[in-house]
Design a protein around this ligand. Sequence first.
Ligand SMILES: [Zn+2]
Length: 369
Amino acid sequence: MNRSTRLFVTLGAATLLTLGLWSPVATATAAPSPAPAAATAERDLVEIPAKAAVRQAVTPSECAPTLLNSYVNGLVADMTTEQLTFLFAHFDTLMDVPTYDALFFGTSGDPDYALESHAHQLQNTFRDLRRFWDIESADIQLMAMHGDVLLDADRIAATLTAMVQARVIAPLTPAQIRQEAETVAAFMQTQGDFYDNPLWTLNAYAFTGEDETNPVLAALPDKLVFGDGILAAYDAIGLGDVGPRVIMAHEFAHHVQFELGVFDTGPSDPSEATRRTELMADAMASYYGVHKKGLALNQKRVTDALLSFYTVGDCQFASPGHHGTPLQRERAAAWGAELAAAAKPRSYVIPAATFIDLFEEALPGIIAG
Ligand SMILES: [Zn+2]
Protein backbone atom coordinates (compact mmCIF):
# COMPACT_ATOMS: atom_id res chain seq x y z
CA MET A 1 0.00 0.00 0.00
CA ASN A 2 1.53 3.27 -0.96
CA ARG A 3 1.56 6.44 1.06
CA SER A 4 -1.33 8.17 -0.64
CA THR A 5 -3.58 5.16 -0.17
CA ARG A 6 -2.75 4.99 3.48
CA LEU A 7 -3.56 8.65 4.00
CA PHE A 8 -6.85 8.42 2.22
CA VAL A 9 -7.76 5.48 4.36
CA THR A 10 -6.68 7.30 7.49
CA LEU A 11 -8.19 10.69 6.92
CA GLY A 12 -10.54 10.42 3.97
CA ALA A 13 -10.51 12.69 0.95
CA ALA A 14 -13.01 15.12 2.42
CA THR A 15 -10.84 15.74 5.44
CA LEU A 16 -7.83 16.35 3.26
CA LEU A 17 -9.78 18.89 1.25
CA THR A 18 -10.84 20.81 4.31
CA LEU A 19 -7.27 20.81 5.55
CA GLY A 20 -6.32 22.71 2.43
CA LEU A 21 -3.96 20.10 1.09
CA TRP A 22 -5.07 20.37 -2.48
CA SER A 23 -3.93 23.81 -3.46
CA PRO A 24 -0.29 23.34 -2.43
CA VAL A 25 -0.28 19.99 -4.22
CA ALA A 26 -1.43 21.64 -7.41
CA THR A 27 1.38 24.17 -7.35
CA ALA A 28 3.93 21.57 -6.37
CA THR A 29 3.20 19.02 -9.07
CA ALA A 30 1.64 20.83 -12.02
CA ALA A 31 3.17 24.31 -12.12
CA PRO A 32 4.43 24.59 -15.68
CA SER A 33 5.27 28.21 -14.92
CA PRO A 34 5.98 30.15 -11.75
CA ALA A 35 2.99 31.61 -9.93
CA PRO A 36 2.04 34.96 -11.47
CA ALA A 37 3.86 37.72 -9.64
CA ALA A 38 0.86 40.02 -9.83
CA ALA A 39 -1.33 37.64 -7.88
CA THR A 40 0.85 37.67 -4.81
CA ALA A 41 3.78 39.71 -3.59
CA GLU A 42 4.88 37.00 -1.18
CA ARG A 43 8.05 35.08 -1.88
CA ASP A 44 10.08 32.42 -0.11
CA LEU A 45 13.45 33.55 1.16
CA VAL A 46 14.54 29.99 1.78
CA GLU A 47 13.61 26.99 -0.32
CA ILE A 48 12.30 24.21 1.93
CA PRO A 49 12.53 20.95 -0.07
CA ALA A 50 10.84 18.91 2.66
CA LYS A 51 7.54 20.68 1.94
CA ALA A 52 7.34 19.18 -1.54
CA ALA A 53 8.52 15.84 -0.17
CA VAL A 54 5.69 15.79 2.38
CA ARG A 55 3.18 16.60 -0.35
CA GLN A 56 4.61 13.82 -2.49
CA ALA A 57 4.29 11.49 0.49
CA VAL A 58 0.53 11.90 0.38
CA THR A 59 -0.20 12.26 -3.34
CA PRO A 60 0.76 10.16 -6.33
CA SER A 61 3.55 11.68 -8.40
CA GLU A 62 5.27 10.88 -11.67
CA CYS A 63 8.59 11.83 -10.11
CA ALA A 64 10.81 8.92 -9.23
CA PRO A 65 11.05 8.78 -5.44
CA THR A 66 14.37 10.03 -4.13
CA LEU A 67 16.12 9.15 -0.90
CA LEU A 68 14.64 12.35 0.52
CA ASN A 69 11.16 11.12 -0.39
CA SER A 70 11.78 7.73 1.22
CA TYR A 71 13.06 9.34 4.39
CA VAL A 72 10.14 11.75 4.56
CA ASN A 73 7.68 8.94 3.84
CA GLY A 74 9.07 7.12 6.86
CA LEU A 75 8.68 10.18 9.08
CA VAL A 76 5.11 10.69 7.91
CA ALA A 77 4.30 7.00 8.38
CA ASP A 78 5.50 7.16 11.99
CA MET A 79 3.08 9.95 12.89
CA THR A 80 -0.18 9.31 14.68
CA THR A 81 -3.37 10.28 12.86
CA GLU A 82 -3.73 13.17 15.29
CA GLN A 83 -0.24 14.44 14.46
CA LEU A 84 -0.78 14.03 10.74
CA THR A 85 -4.06 15.91 10.88
CA PHE A 86 -2.42 18.67 12.87
CA LEU A 87 0.48 18.82 10.42
CA PHE A 88 -1.83 19.51 7.50
CA ALA A 89 -3.93 21.98 9.46
CA HIS A 90 -0.78 23.98 10.38
CA PHE A 91 1.46 22.92 7.52
CA ASP A 92 3.24 26.20 6.83
CA THR A 93 3.78 27.05 10.48
CA LEU A 94 5.40 23.70 11.25
CA MET A 95 7.41 23.54 8.05
CA ASP A 96 8.49 27.22 8.00
CA VAL A 97 8.90 28.53 11.53
CA PRO A 98 12.16 26.80 12.59
CA THR A 99 13.76 27.93 9.31
CA TYR A 100 12.62 31.54 9.52
CA ASP A 101 13.17 31.80 13.27
CA ALA A 102 16.87 31.09 12.63
CA LEU A 103 16.90 33.39 9.63
CA PHE A 104 15.42 36.39 11.46
CA PHE A 105 16.61 35.89 15.04
CA GLY A 106 19.48 33.41 15.06
CA THR A 107 23.01 34.47 15.93
CA SER A 108 26.05 32.25 16.20
CA GLY A 109 26.56 33.22 19.86
CA ASP A 110 23.01 32.49 21.04
CA PRO A 111 22.60 29.12 22.81
CA ASP A 112 19.15 28.71 21.19
CA TYR A 113 20.96 28.28 17.85
CA ALA A 114 24.04 26.41 19.04
CA LEU A 115 25.13 23.43 16.95
CA GLU A 116 24.51 20.25 18.93
CA SER A 117 24.61 17.28 16.58
CA HIS A 118 27.89 17.06 14.60
CA ALA A 119 29.03 20.35 16.19
CA HIS A 120 32.79 19.83 16.00
CA GLN A 121 32.68 18.32 12.55
CA LEU A 122 30.71 21.29 11.22
CA GLN A 123 32.79 23.93 12.99
CA ASN A 124 36.01 22.41 11.69
CA THR A 125 34.71 22.15 8.15
CA PHE A 126 33.44 25.72 8.29
CA ARG A 127 36.87 26.94 9.41
CA ASP A 128 38.56 24.92 6.65
CA LEU A 129 36.22 26.26 3.99
CA ARG A 130 36.93 29.82 5.04
CA ARG A 131 40.62 29.11 4.50
CA PHE A 132 40.05 27.18 1.27
CA TRP A 133 38.15 29.77 -0.74
CA ASP A 134 39.69 33.21 -1.19
CA ILE A 135 36.66 35.30 -0.38
CA GLU A 136 35.69 37.59 2.49
CA SER A 137 33.99 35.15 4.84
CA ALA A 138 34.66 36.44 8.36
CA ASP A 139 31.14 37.87 8.52
CA ILE A 140 29.32 34.57 7.91
CA GLN A 141 27.57 33.25 11.00
CA LEU A 142 27.30 29.48 11.35
CA MET A 143 24.38 28.26 13.45
CA ALA A 144 21.84 25.50 13.95
CA MET A 145 18.08 25.46 13.67
CA HIS A 146 16.18 23.35 16.16
CA GLY A 147 12.56 22.26 16.29
CA ASP A 148 12.12 23.36 19.91
CA VAL A 149 11.04 26.81 18.76
CA LEU A 150 7.68 25.09 18.10
CA LEU A 151 7.19 24.67 21.86
CA ASP A 152 7.34 28.42 22.45
CA ALA A 153 4.31 30.54 21.51
CA ASP A 154 6.22 33.81 21.83
CA ARG A 155 8.96 32.70 19.47
CA ILE A 156 6.47 31.33 16.95
CA ALA A 157 4.52 34.59 17.07
CA ALA A 158 7.67 36.67 16.63
CA THR A 159 8.69 34.57 13.63
CA LEU A 160 5.27 34.75 11.96
CA THR A 161 5.25 38.52 12.54
CA ALA A 162 8.66 38.87 10.91
CA MET A 163 7.54 36.63 8.01
CA VAL A 164 4.56 38.90 7.40
CA GLN A 165 6.76 42.02 7.59
CA ALA A 166 9.25 40.54 5.15
CA ARG A 167 6.38 39.45 2.88
CA VAL A 168 7.25 35.79 3.02
CA ILE A 169 3.61 35.05 3.87
CA ALA A 170 0.37 36.89 3.31
CA PRO A 171 -0.70 39.43 5.95
CA LEU A 172 -2.11 38.11 9.22
CA THR A 173 -3.53 40.15 12.07
CA PRO A 174 -1.73 40.13 15.42
CA ALA A 175 -4.70 38.20 16.82
CA GLN A 176 -4.44 35.55 14.09
CA ILE A 177 -0.71 35.23 14.71
CA ARG A 178 -1.24 34.90 18.46
CA GLN A 179 -3.87 32.24 18.01
CA GLU A 180 -1.82 30.20 15.57
CA ALA A 181 1.28 30.46 17.78
CA GLU A 182 -0.58 29.38 20.90
CA THR A 183 -2.37 26.54 19.12
CA VAL A 184 0.87 25.11 17.73
CA ALA A 185 2.87 25.50 20.95
CA ALA A 186 0.07 23.99 23.04
CA PHE A 187 -0.23 20.99 20.72
CA MET A 188 3.53 20.41 20.59
CA GLN A 189 3.76 20.50 24.37
CA THR A 190 1.42 17.48 24.55
CA GLN A 191 3.23 15.43 21.90
CA GLY A 192 6.47 14.25 23.47
CA ASP A 193 9.40 14.74 21.12
CA PHE A 194 7.24 15.54 18.08
CA TYR A 195 8.65 19.10 18.22
CA ASP A 196 12.02 17.55 17.40
CA ASN A 197 10.81 15.68 14.31
CA PRO A 198 13.51 15.94 11.61
CA LEU A 199 10.86 17.15 9.19
CA TRP A 200 10.80 20.67 10.66
CA THR A 201 14.54 21.17 10.18
CA LEU A 202 15.35 18.92 7.22
CA ASN A 203 17.50 21.50 5.49
CA ALA A 204 20.65 23.56 5.43
CA TYR A 205 20.80 26.99 3.85
CA ALA A 206 22.94 30.00 3.07
CA PHE A 207 21.53 33.49 3.39
CA THR A 208 22.75 36.97 2.60
CA GLY A 209 20.74 40.17 2.90
CA GLU A 210 23.14 42.06 0.68
CA ASP A 211 20.86 42.70 -2.29
CA GLU A 212 17.65 42.98 -0.29
CA THR A 213 15.65 46.20 -0.47
CA ASN A 214 13.56 45.32 2.56
CA PRO A 215 15.46 46.98 5.46
CA VAL A 216 14.69 44.12 7.87
CA LEU A 217 16.29 41.61 5.51
CA ALA A 218 19.14 43.90 4.49
CA ALA A 219 20.15 44.29 8.14
CA LEU A 220 20.53 40.53 8.70
CA PRO A 221 24.06 39.12 8.83
CA ASP A 222 25.26 36.51 6.36
CA LYS A 223 24.28 33.09 7.65
CA LEU A 224 24.91 29.42 7.14
CA VAL A 225 22.21 27.47 8.94
CA PHE A 226 22.17 23.73 9.60
CA GLY A 227 18.99 21.95 10.67
CA ASP A 228 19.04 19.08 13.14
CA GLY A 229 16.82 17.19 10.72
CA ILE A 230 19.27 17.08 7.84
CA LEU A 231 21.97 15.82 10.21
CA ALA A 232 19.63 13.13 11.56
CA ALA A 233 18.77 12.16 8.00
CA TYR A 234 22.40 11.69 7.02
CA ASP A 235 23.03 9.67 10.15
CA ALA A 236 20.01 7.51 9.31
CA ILE A 237 21.41 6.55 5.90
CA GLY A 238 24.93 5.96 7.19
CA LEU A 239 26.47 9.06 5.58
CA GLY A 240 26.80 11.07 8.78
CA ASP A 241 30.58 11.26 8.43
CA VAL A 242 30.67 12.73 4.92
CA GLY A 243 27.22 14.15 4.18
CA PRO A 244 27.11 17.12 6.56
CA ARG A 245 30.58 18.27 5.50
CA VAL A 246 29.80 18.06 1.80
CA ILE A 247 26.47 19.83 2.27
CA MET A 248 28.24 22.55 4.20
CA ALA A 249 30.65 22.90 1.27
CA HIS A 250 27.65 23.28 -1.08
CA GLU A 251 26.07 25.95 1.14
CA PHE A 252 29.40 27.71 1.61
CA ALA A 253 29.71 27.79 -2.18
CA HIS A 254 26.55 29.91 -2.23
CA HIS A 255 28.36 32.40 0.01
CA VAL A 256 31.26 32.40 -2.46
CA GLN A 257 28.69 33.19 -5.15
CA PHE A 258 27.14 35.95 -3.02
CA GLU A 259 30.55 37.55 -2.44
CA LEU A 260 31.53 37.38 -6.11
CA GLY A 261 28.17 38.63 -7.41
CA VAL A 262 27.55 35.50 -9.48
CA PHE A 263 23.79 35.55 -9.06
CA ASP A 264 23.38 38.58 -11.30
CA THR A 265 25.43 37.28 -14.21
CA GLY A 266 23.45 34.16 -15.18
CA PRO A 267 20.46 33.41 -17.42
CA SER A 268 17.38 35.59 -16.99
CA ASP A 269 15.05 32.58 -16.83
CA PRO A 270 14.68 31.89 -13.07
CA SER A 271 14.81 28.10 -13.31
CA GLU A 272 17.86 28.16 -15.59
CA ALA A 273 19.51 30.66 -13.27
CA THR A 274 18.89 28.47 -10.24
CA ARG A 275 20.10 25.37 -12.05
CA ARG A 276 23.33 27.18 -12.94
CA THR A 277 24.07 28.36 -9.39
CA GLU A 278 23.09 25.01 -7.87
CA LEU A 279 25.21 22.97 -10.28
CA MET A 280 28.07 25.41 -9.66
CA ALA A 281 27.67 24.92 -5.90
CA ASP A 282 27.75 21.14 -6.42
CA ALA A 283 30.93 21.47 -8.46
CA MET A 284 32.55 23.68 -5.80
CA ALA A 285 31.50 21.28 -3.03
CA SER A 286 32.92 18.35 -4.93
CA TYR A 287 36.15 20.24 -5.71
CA TYR A 288 36.58 20.95 -2.00
CA GLY A 289 35.52 17.41 -1.05
CA VAL A 290 38.12 15.71 -3.24
CA HIS A 291 40.94 18.29 -3.09
CA LYS A 292 44.02 17.46 -1.02
CA LYS A 293 43.66 20.78 0.84
CA GLY A 294 39.94 20.17 1.32
CA LEU A 295 38.37 16.98 2.66
CA ALA A 296 40.59 14.72 0.51
CA LEU A 297 37.77 12.20 0.13
CA ASN A 298 37.27 9.90 -2.80
CA GLN A 299 35.00 11.13 -5.53
CA LYS A 300 32.31 8.49 -5.12
CA ARG A 301 31.72 9.22 -1.44
CA VAL A 302 31.48 12.92 -2.17
CA THR A 303 29.02 12.41 -5.02
CA ASP A 304 26.92 9.98 -2.97
CA ALA A 305 26.69 12.45 -0.11
CA LEU A 306 25.93 15.35 -2.40
CA LEU A 307 23.24 13.63 -4.40
CA SER A 308 21.48 11.60 -1.72
CA PHE A 309 19.29 14.15 0.03
CA TYR A 310 19.95 17.06 -2.24
CA THR A 311 18.41 15.37 -5.24
CA VAL A 312 15.19 17.25 -4.93
CA GLY A 313 12.68 18.67 -7.35
CA ASP A 314 13.83 16.51 -10.22
CA CYS A 315 10.50 16.70 -12.00
CA GLN A 316 9.96 20.39 -11.39
CA PHE A 317 11.96 21.64 -14.33
CA ALA A 318 10.08 24.94 -14.45
CA SER A 319 10.34 25.58 -10.73
CA PRO A 320 12.65 28.41 -9.71
CA GLY A 321 13.95 25.96 -7.11
CA HIS A 322 15.04 23.43 -9.71
CA HIS A 323 18.51 22.12 -8.95
CA GLY A 324 19.21 20.16 -12.13
CA THR A 325 18.54 16.54 -12.96
CA PRO A 326 20.45 13.86 -11.09
CA LEU A 327 22.58 13.28 -14.21
CA GLN A 328 23.45 16.97 -14.47
CA ARG A 329 24.28 17.12 -10.78
CA GLU A 330 26.44 14.02 -11.11
CA ARG A 331 28.29 15.58 -14.05
CA ALA A 332 28.79 18.85 -12.16
CA ALA A 333 30.17 16.95 -9.17
CA ALA A 334 32.42 14.82 -11.41
CA TRP A 335 33.70 17.94 -13.15
CA GLY A 336 34.64 19.53 -9.79
CA ALA A 337 36.28 16.32 -8.59
CA GLU A 338 38.36 15.98 -11.76
CA LEU A 339 39.51 19.57 -11.46
CA ALA A 340 40.64 18.86 -7.89
CA ALA A 341 42.41 15.65 -8.92
CA ALA A 342 44.24 17.53 -11.66
CA ALA A 343 45.61 20.22 -9.32
CA LYS A 344 49.33 20.86 -9.84
CA PRO A 345 50.90 20.99 -7.37
CA ARG A 346 48.39 18.84 -5.47
CA SER A 347 47.98 21.47 -2.78
CA TYR A 348 47.20 24.32 -5.20
CA VAL A 349 43.70 25.74 -4.84
CA ILE A 350 42.53 27.92 -7.69
CA PRO A 351 40.99 31.31 -6.91
CA ALA A 352 37.22 31.18 -6.58
CA ALA A 353 36.75 33.61 -9.47
CA THR A 354 38.85 31.38 -11.74
CA PHE A 355 36.90 28.33 -10.65
CA ILE A 356 33.68 30.08 -11.63
CA ASP A 357 35.05 31.09 -15.05
CA LEU A 358 36.08 27.50 -15.75
CA PHE A 359 32.69 26.26 -14.60
CA GLU A 360 30.87 28.66 -16.92
CA GLU A 361 32.83 27.18 -19.83
CA ALA A 362 31.98 23.64 -18.75
CA LEU A 363 28.30 24.29 -18.00
CA PRO A 364 26.92 23.69 -21.52
CA GLY A 365 28.49 20.22 -21.49
CA ILE A 366 27.18 19.50 -18.00
CA ILE A 367 23.57 20.29 -18.92
CA ALA A 368 23.67 18.81 -22.44
CA GLY A 369 21.41 15.82 -23.20
ZN1 LIG B 1 22.09 25.12 -3.13
